[in-house]
Design a protein around this ligand. Structure first.
Ligand code: F0G
Length: 448
């Protein structure tokens, strides 16, 4: 069915470790319920002997797979044959060195880079994951798909589903989605269902719906989606001339990205393609800081896969008892039960990672600075710069270390937060519009 025999699925629970071929669509280990990984028999894959060989494909961009910022690295996610590979031109992203933003976080000129994933076809990093996951969906012959979303996943799923000819249903929390994202889901033709609840409620429902109706699930529980998201790290290195940054900083929501990044570096190290692994900083919003609390306060660790489930269960029971629902202006990361928690703990282990939480105010100020001096981004993405500011103040990150922040989504995804900040003068970097009479002299007086 178009599988490569070089790939398989494996349960991340060391007490189980069950293996399955890639011809099955599952989002949990059918034996023990844990997360699944895509794994490779590397000796069956012709992986280039040096990373720079991937860059040679820039010369053959008329080949659609070489144009894709995901499939350009196809040997590193070799789970399906070329005929099933789906691409709509994702991953044409820019790593921008930005000295003005560096100054804001008290870093030296030349040290800060912003990886702008807003340039993807649907305006967020999700497209990296969807090109891989939809390829798997095509491989297994899926006809209908679904996802739960804080907005970007639904936009990306809707776009890819249409281009693959799959029916698609997206679940979003009522009133919890930014307008740009909602408009995308509707315009791309997805059946859009707003559940009276938050993202965590939607996530629970969509799993049951998919199981009952046999729909293909596109949340980051899907191991193949994370394979696509690994390529964000490859592209950062590519744009640094195949050098490895000292730090990667990423917002943390459902923890798919952080999990994928850790896996990317783990594999490159195994393959001998890199010598050093960057450190990873994952940034939560204070109103949705489960990971920060579990790692920094409850001392939850990967422990070779033997994660202390009791700590997690007690934590979630407590959230339920308090009837807790997360709240942050960074609606993309308004999540309190991140499904990839354990894989993220593995990434923290691999990358000597750390976790911090930042306030909505810090996020909005950082967003205004990124907008003014960079390419702009949505609130969740700006958590990276707000987090880096903390880490500089703490002295955890050095002023001249090389840092790459992943700006996960486009500025236009969430116009409301941006307009409120500027127009209502909510912060020190607000830039409100000025009202003036329809009069030339009055107008001229205003021009600075
Ligand atoms: N940034 C943006 C712009 C996002 O949309 C998301 C997640 C994240 C960061 C967090 O990434 O889940 O990999 O830790 N959005 C999901 C969605 C949950 O439904 O669109 P993560």
């Amino acid at each position: 069915m178009g599988m490569t025999d070089a790939a398989y699925q494996k349960c991340i629970n060391p007490g189980c470790g069950a293996e399955f071929d890639c011809g099955q669509a599952m989002f949990k280990c059918p034996k023990c319920g844990e997360l699944l990984d895509a794994r490779y028999n590397w000796d069956k894959i012709e992986v280039p002997s040096q990373l720079s060989d991937f860059g040679k494909r820039w010369a053959t961009r008329n080949n659609r797979l070489d144009l894709s910022g995901v499939w350009r690295f196809r040997e590193l996610l070799n789970f399906c044959s070329d005929e099933h590979k789906v691409t709509i031109g994702e991953g044409q992203t820019i790593l921008q060195q930005n000295d003005a933003v560096a100054k804001y976080v008290d870093m030296k000129a030349g040290s800060l880079y912003l990886e702008y994933e807003g340039l993807n076809p649907s305006g967020s990093f999700k497209d990296n994951g969807m090109s891989a996951a939809f390829s798997h969906a095509m491989m297994v012959g899926a006809k209908s798909c679904a996802c739960a979303s804080t907005g970007n996943t639904s936009a990306s799923v809707a776009l890819y589903a249409h281009s693959c000819g799959l029916k698609c249903t997206v679940f979003i929390g009522s009133g919890r989605i930014a307008f740009g994202k909602l408009s995308q889901a509707m315009d791309y033709g997805a059946q859009t269902i707003q559940i009276q609840g938050d993202f965590d409620d939607c996530m629970r429902q969509v799993q049951d719906v998919c199981t009952k109706l046999g729909l293909y699930l596109l949340n980051s529980l899907n191991p193949f989606r994370l394979e696509g998201q690994k390529t964000i790290m490859y592209r950062i290195m590519e744009q640094l001339g195949w050098e490895i940054p000292d730090w990667i900083i990423v917002p943390g929501g459902n923890l798919g990205n952080s999990s994928a990044f850790g896996k990317a570096f783990l594999e490159l190290k195994e393959l001998g393609l890199i010598k050093k692994v960057p450190r990873l900083a994952i940034i939560n919003a204070t109103g949705a800081d489960t990971l920060t609390d579990l790692v920094n306060n409850k001392k939850l660790v990967w422990n070779d896969g033997n994660v202390d489930q009791k700590i997690i269960d007690e934590y979630y029971d407590d959230l339920t008892a308090k009837n807790f629902s997360p709240h942050t202006c960074a609606s993309a990361i308004e999540i309190s039960r991140p499904v990839n928690l354990k894989k993220c703990l593995r990434a923290i282990d691999v990358c000597d990672g750390i976790v911090r939480a930042v306030t909505d105010e810090e996020i909005c100020d950082a967003k205004a600075i990124i907008g003014k001096y960079g390419l702009g981004c949505e609130p969740a993405s700006a958590a990276t710069i707000a987090g880096l500011k903390h880490l500089r103040a703490e002295g955890v990150v050095g002023a001249d270390e090389r840092v790459a922040c992943v700006l996960t989504g486009h500025l236009l995804k969430d116009p409301n937060v941006t307009v409120d900040y500027h127009k209502e003068s909510q912060g020190p970097f607000s830039n409100p519009p000025i009202e003036v009479a329809n009069d030339l002299d009055e107008i001229i007086k205003l021009i600075k």
